[in-house]
Design a protein around this ligand. Structure first.
Ligand code: UDP
Ligand code: MG
Length: 311
């Protein structure tokens, strides 16, 4: 029997892209009959008619499975549901807005055939705003410095993952998920394929700044304890500064001058207060995560699964 390759497409308000995506993918798959394919779409609580469009396609194409979430759970969880559902010998994760060019997935498959277990698509160029490029670059540099694992720069979740790695990823039960970090964490034979990232075809981003910041924090807090170490480092620094301040105060007292007044006291009290609150916030971020993990709620709720599979 031919090997099976599963494509995973998270969908959040992608009504304007679904038909083009489907057409492009099916044309492409016709060119490589060596494999069987399944297309898994996760409807992540879309507010538009994405689900109707998917269901219409699913009626005519037995390769399609749709997981319809009960609400929006976010991109990382949608991909997780896709990994849980996928039966393929290899799984390909792609965005559904045509930013990840479908034809690149064949290059990923080629590397897989050469024996690699994870083939991640690395952006040679990307058509995004200057702000997004700059912040992404800065973020990944920081992450590389502070994380206990090596997350390759300029990669998203566009990648091919072999079955044995998928099985390992399925054992990760963490709730604030940072998949690209988890994939780096598991090891195995990994390789990059360079590609040029396109612009979003239609619709708008489902990752506004607020979600981006949460996602970025997930990356750091899930894979690094550097912020905790930062607390004591800042503490040492401030202790050092205040020691110098004490010496200064004694020196001018001895020399007979009056220690200059309350402005200094107010600013230093506010300064220390601010630092302490920020550091409490760092602790809070970890405690919040511990709380979420302790509750151990299911990762997602499924409304309906549309599939032609009998099992
Ligand atoms: N997405 C999702 N749930 C969300 C937000 C996004 O499933 O809550 C999907 C979206 O449909 C797309 C992919 O995740 O297929 C990447 O999202 P998007 O293109 O909006 O992010 P960007 O490329 O702007 O970072
Ligand atoms: Mg996009």
């Amino acid at each position: 029997m031919n090997k099976l390759i599963s494509y995973i497409f998270p969908i959040y308000n992608e009504s304007g892209n679904i038909e083009l995506l489907y057409q492009t993918i099916t044309d492409l798959l016709k060119q490589n009959q060596k494999y069987n394919y399944e297309l898994i779409f996760i409807n992540d609580g879309s507010r538009d008619d994405s689900l109707d469009k998917l269901v219409a396609l699913q009626h005519h194409d037995k390769r399609i499975t749709i997981i319809d979430f009960a609400r929006n759970f976010g991109h990382q969880i949608a991909v997780t549901a896709g990994l849980d559902q996928a039966a393929g010998d290899a799984v390909i994760i792609m965005d559904s807005d045509m930013q990840d060019p479908p034809k690149v997935s064949f290059e990923l498959i080629k590397k897989w055939e050469e024996g690699y277990d994870v083939v991640y698509a690395q952006r040679r160029t990307r058509k995004d705003t200057a702000f997004k490029k700059l912040s992404a670059d800065l973020y990944y540099r920081t992450l590389q410095k502070v994380a206990d694992i090596n997350i390759p720069r300029n990669t998203g979740d566009f990648r091919l993952i072999d079955r044995k790695v998928v099985n390992e990823l399925k054992r990760f039960k963490e709730h604030n998920r940072f998949l690209r970090g988890m994939v780096s964490f598991v090891g195995f034979k990994q390789v990059a394929v360079q590609f040029d990232r396109d612009e979003r075809n239609a619709g708008e981003t489902g990752y506004p700044l607020k979600k981006m910041i949460k996602f970025a924090a997930d990356g750091i807090f899930s894979f690094s304890t550097a912020p905790l170490k930062l607390i004591s480092n800042v503490g040492y620094l401030i202790a050092g500064i205040s020691f110098l301040g004490i010496l200064y105060a004694i020196a001018i007292k001895v020399s007979g001058t009056v220690v200059p007044g309350w402005t200094f006291i107010v600013t230093s009290v506010l300064f220390i207060g601010g630092i302490q609150l920020i550091m409490l916030g760092v602790l809070g971020s970890y405690i919040g995560r511990i709380y979420t993990e302790a509750q151990d709620r299911p990762l997602y709720m499924v409304n309906t699964i549309y599939t032609s599979k009998s099992d």
